[in-house]
Ligand binder design. Structure first.
Ligand SMILES: Cc1cc2nc3c(=O)[nH]c(=O)nc-3n(C[C@H](O)[C@H](O)[C@H](O)COP(=O)(O)O)c2cc1C
Length: 185
């Protein structure tokens, strides 16, 4: 699907590639320009009507989201769509916590927000992420099994076996939002 009705840009920040893959799928589907966050300046956004931002989630923080938060007031009148990418599935509590930790009040009201499931391969992590994961693993392992959340159990399992949850059909609601005219919910 491609739309020429308005000018769309997809911007992303990814460490290990899942967010970048989703950004590429979305840009391809809607016929958007696509850039990593570090190649974009605020003034570059003037010519776009729709701005899509994808950021990977690390310790509940979305990569690069401060750039959007800081310039959000300058984007009035544009449609802003944000998607986070994490190991967690897109259930309401996980999404609410990502929003609470990363969005300003104005963003909570005006951004169309989605969450997509990425991937996790412990063997490919850099030393810092590996150390953080080891600490997280130890913390979870100290809890008795019946007190571990679904996410915590999932994280322990993913440390044993690499997982790739990315799938192209997951972008469908985002594509519909970009080409549609629904207000943020
Ligand atoms: C140190 C570390 C912390 C993470 N924290 C979270 C988290 O808080 N929530 C989550 O859903 N996923 C978390 N993840 C998983 C990543 O979000 C997931 O691997 C995602 O696909 C990474 O996207 P990227 O490949 O674009 O960098 C974490 C991964 C690492 C290595």
């Amino acid at each position: 699907m491609s739309t020429n009705k308005n000018k769309i840009i997809v911007i992303y920040k990814s460490k290990y590639g899942s967010t970048k893959r989703y950004a590429q799928w979305i840009a391809e589907e809607v016929g958007a320009d696509i850039f990593p966050l570090n190649q974009i300046k605020l003034r570059d956004l003037e010519k776009y009507d729709t701005i899509v931002y994808g950021g990977a989630v690390y310790a509940v923080g979305m990569l690069g989201i401060s750039a959007l938060r800081n310039s959000f007031s300058k984007l009035a009148g544009k449609k802003v769509v944000v998607f986070s990418v994490g190991a967690s599935p897109a259930y309401p509590e996980a999404m609410a916590s990502i929003q609470a930790n990363n969005f300003s009040d104005a963003m909570k009201e005006n951004v169309h927000f989605f969450h997509l499931r990425g991937g996790f391969d412990y063997t490919k992590l850099n030393w810092l992420d590996r150390t953080l994961m080891m600490l997280l693993k130890l913390k979870i392992q100290r809890k008795s099994e019946d007190l571990r959340t679904g996410d915590e159990k999932g994280m322990l399992a993913a440390c044993q076996t690499p997982a790739d949850w990315t799938k192209k059909e997951a972008i469908k609601p985002i594509v519909e939002c970009i080409v549609g005219d629904k207000a943020p919910q």
